[in-house]
Design a protein around this ligand. Sequence first.
Ligand SMILES: [Zn+2]
Length: 267
Amino acid sequence: MSKIKIFALGGLNENGKNMYVVDVDEDIFVFDAGLKYDNDLNLGIDYIIPNFDYLINNKKKVKGIFLTHGHEGNMGAIPDILEKLPDIPVYGTKLTLEIVSNDMDKKLLETVKLIEIKPHTKLEFGKNSIFPISVTHSIPDALCYVLYTPDGAIVYTGDFNFDSTMMGHYKTDIGKLAYVGKQGVLCLLCESFYADKPGHTSPQNRVADFIKEVLNKSKDRMYIVHLLLLLVSNHYSLALFHILHLYLFLIYFHHLPMLLCIYLMLN
Ligand SMILES: [Zn+2]
């Protein structure tokens, strides 16, 4: 039997700063490495990252950091971690790694190992392996990871929901999840945001209709829109609406041009 340790360096009982460690017989797999923003009580603190001393002390055993998606709460600590641990490989999808690279110093970027992966392609690490599965989230190219150990599967979901209206790079592969479930899961590490509320999550793209309605009511006006990076799907809806209806939009967000370019490439 393997000796398995599972613990969080951040993200438990808080929103953001997600970072989870699974140690299987001293092979260390890290899932997500996010930041969170502080509240108004601590002026001068820009953001908070997990304490990753455990990784510094065990850097030779770390097989990689596996990013689920491109939200800051899940990947925002990567530049700070790679400053100290540039040899640790970071795995993620194309969009996620583009967002990570965008926040990194160019010199550092030349020395680190950002490894692009595709959903449903297994990665072997000796007696363990990692299988990424696509899931629905407000940002495309989001993944859940299955870590296969000799003693069973450990599933880390990342942020996800089930939304049958989402297609392409937003779609959950329910068939693959069901297959993993049928084989048996040793441990499930699952997002629990709003888990105490019964019912279903609203479809992600519903807000686009509300915005469309407001715009249709008042033509020939300038709109100033501010959206969170969290809701990239809505940026996309807005941009398409702008292109199709020729309204004037000012969208104030520094990641946006890059995100839209990647969207057009992916779709
Ligand atoms: Zn997220």
